[in-house]
Design a binder for this molecule. Structure first.
Ligand code: ARG
Length: 460
């Protein structure tokens, strides 16, 4: 029977009940629901609203129910409206009248908001763990590729040579911000709405701070109406997941490109690639593509949540029950994708010498020539113009920069000497970078050390 049945002369239509049941989703939060109820009942006992004996019996039964659910002894059937109803019903079955005191000074409105916050708290920690795992796998590859030279791109056109480690560390750094965003979200998620009751608070002498303390929460959400009305923290967490997914999608896109024959740079282990049912030669980067594709789910959840909340009058509305669908989808997809991005990367071999020779003398060294002229006191804009002319001649003659004779260089500018050929290798290009955070081996060594230390302390 529904928790609210007595006011009605008929029970809810069977199909309508099935339509409105959320047990398949909020059932996954049974641990959080029980934790919240245990804190609530301890507070009621402390405040002498419920006797110590009743409190003890309720606590013991709740612990048993937790075990029953974990052991699969309680079925989550749609006939139960939600996890709150299911647990309360089982409690009353177990301890009779005493169990009916649990919901004193509480509504499912503050209860569900609390459950979600406890769930988010747990999952934020998990997400950060998965981020660390991926960062470590990036860093490990970076260490292997401290001297592997690739082309860096802008507009997917060759731009300047890079150390591959530099490219990988860029992702480590992006993911660090993702972890920071999650940590920040935690400060808001970890506040207790419990005791807001339905919306207006209660006439009973509860102690909201006490139950919050028992749950190890930062603080309470003071305004009882706000506590039950908003889901901005859910939106915030899904937003944080969306940004992570956007980063993972860019990385996956690069894995797809790198593993193409045209790039011929990445060899994803057979255990993380798939074949074609028709074309026998195919080896496809499906895991990377799936990560890229699953972004759609998480962005979908973000827009789903924003849409649900956009015109809801305060306070609780049943629309809000849909939030958990989006929250779980976003969190689970993001965790999975972080995990598989890390595993795929661990199981990929990058071909160290794929680009270095090819890039020697390549037009992507044009900027190095500009810097050369700048060192000879030619104003930058003029130097850019001169090298542009050199590039044009190379393109016309289908030559690399190091194939154009010095006499041609000198015809464009007398400042060119034959020492330009020394700088026209991809290696010299990266080695001669001086600026902080640049792609030089020295800077990369520093960056690797920096991130190793960060990850060591933060993984503790
Ligand atoms: N299953 C509901 C949800 O997830 C719980 C809150 C129900 N509250 C209510 N007043 N109908 O949103």
């Amino acid at each position: 029977m529904a928790l609210w049945n007595s006011r009605f002369r008929k029970s809810l239509d069977k199909d309508a009940l099935k339509f409105s049941s959320s047990i398949d989703i909020d059932g996954k939060m049974y641990n959080e629901d029980i934790d919240g109820s245990m804190a609530h009942v301890q507070m009621l006992v402390k405040q002498k609203i419920v006797s110590a004996n009743d409190g003890k019996a309720i606590l013991k039964a709740l612990e048993e129910i937790r075990k029953e659910i974990a052991a699969g002894k309680i079925k989550f059937e749609w006939q139960k409206e939600d996890i709150h109803s299911l647990i309360e019903e089982r409690l009353v079955e177990k301890v009779g009248e005493r169990g009916k005191r649990l919901h004193t000074a509480r509504s499912r409105n503050d209860q569900v908001s609390l459950d979600e916050r406890l769930y988010m708290r747990k999952e934020i920690k998990n997400l950060i763990k998965f981020i660390r795992e991926f960062q470590k796998s990036l860093l490990k590859q970076a260490e292997k590729h401290k001297d592997t030279i690739i082309s860096g791109y802008t507009h997917l056109q060759r731009a300047q040579p890079l150390l591959f480690a530099h490219h990988l560390i860029a992702y480590v750094s992006m993911l660090q911000r993702d972890a920071e965003r999650l940590t920040d979200c935690m400060t808001r998620a970890n506040r207790s709405p419990l005791g807001a009751a339905a919306l207006a608070g209660t006439t009973l002498p509860i102690d909201r701070s006490y139950s919050a303390k028992l749950l190890n929460m930062n603080s309470i959400i003071e305004n009882s109406l706000d506590a039950v009305s908003d889901r901005d923290v859910v939106i915030e967490l899904i937003n944080d997941c969306s940004i992570i997914m956007m980063h993972l999608s860019r990385f996956s896109e690069e894995m797809v490109l790198w593993s193409s024959q045209e790039f011929g740079f990445a060899n994803i282990d057979d255990s993380y690639a798939t074949g074609s049912s028709l074309m026998p030669q195919k080896k496809n980067p499906d895991i990377a593509e799936l990560i890229r594709g699953k972004v759609g789910r998480v962005y979908g959840s973000l827009f789903g949540m924003l849409t649900i909340m956009k015109a809801l009058p305060l306070a609780y509305n049943r629309d809000m029950q849909e939030d958990k669908v989006h929250l779980l989808e976003a969190v689970n997809t993001t965790k999975d994708c972080l995990h598989f991005a890390a595993e795929m990367l661990k199981n990929t071999k990058f071909i160290k010498n794929r680009f270095e020779k090819e890039l020697d003398g390549d037009l992507l060294l044009a900027t190095d020539l500009v810097d050369y002229l700048v060192r000879k006191k030619i104003p930058f804009r003029e130097a850019h113009h001169i090298v542009g002319e050199i590039v044009a001649q190379c393109v016309e003659q289908n030559k690399k920069l190091n194939e154009l004779p010095i006499s041609d260089y000198k015809r464009v500018s007398a400042k060119f000497d034959s020492d330009i050929f020394v700088i026209l290798t991809s290696k010299t290009s990266v080695v001669s970078k001086l600026s902080f955070g640049s792609t030089s081996p020295k800077e990369i060594e520093k960056q690797i050390l920096y991130w190793k230390n960060i990850l060591k302390t933060q993984s503790r």
